[in-house]
Design a protein around this ligand. Sequence first.
Ligand code: ADP
Ligand code: MG
Length: 325
Amino acid sequence: MKEFNLIEHFFKANSGQRKDVIIGIGDDAAVTHIPQGQALVTTTDTLLSGVHFLPDASPHAVAQKAIAVNLSDLAAMGAEPAWISLSLSAPSADEEWLKSFSSGLQELVDYYSIQLIGGDTVQGPLAVTITAQGFVPFEQAITRSGANPGDLVYVTGTIGDAGLGLAIAKNEQAQVSNKSMTEENKAFLLKRLNYPTPRLLTGTKLRRIASACIDLSDGLISDIKHILNMSQCGATINIDKLPLSSALFDSVDKERAVNYALSAGDDYELLFTVSEEQKGNLETTLASANIPVTCIGQLNGSVGKLELYDNGQPYKVDIQGYQHF
Ligand code: ADP
Ligand code: MG
């Protein structure tokens, strides 16, 4: 299949349909309409075969994860998604691979009511780059720099699951645990790795409530440091408060579960800060939307310093989170 036909068949045909797209796939560039009163939010993330996904990962999962990690960045800004572009580098035009990839893509395009508005297709090592764009009302974007000493630190959902999921995907369960894992727990942990769910509803609910927000892609310790540095704060985190899934907790010993929660990446939960005054507002807003959050610590004025406590006792770890270089 020629490049043109390939784009028509696998991408244009199931790219979604939005009223704010004036020109989508097929011209030299896309033309879109931004609603009044809204700011445009743009983010890009690349998934490289062998680095961000295992070379034998299902193309369906690769497509969905590539979209989800970008939508997670929009969620962390408090934005709602509108459009994505796709730059695909692949060694060959493998139609089976493309069929599975484009079905994964179409499912999420439909689910989130977004539209694929363009991209680029090149021959090369397998890599998927998505650019996602969305909207946030003017002056309501949630940044990494708005936190203050005294603010409470929260995370959504459970953390550490994708870290153990990766060990399972690499068939390294025996190296990380001598407990037996149920098939149900394994399936849950693998799903957390391969099909992360961006916390989009949470992000929009946090507008005007959270003082800062980041999504957890590289691990709690490395990601919270971005907030600490950009907001000029320090933090104490209570590791006995970390929200761990029963699938994680039942599968490995406590110390390893905590290590995954602190340093493994790929969970795509949100970590955010809230002033004491906004605490009540946060709790009612999220409870009415059925969003699980846990308070895991508090910010202070010791700039850049992160202290961990386990039931009030200092807790030592020498882990850094995922390092790209
Ligand atoms: P150009 O050479 O002008 O950049 P291309 O031949 O690369 O045009 O692309 C033709 C059209 O197909 C453009 O509208 C482009 O945005 C779109 N396109 C190319 N590759 C992809 C892709 N992987 N996914 C979605 N749209 C794509
Ligand atoms: Mg091009």
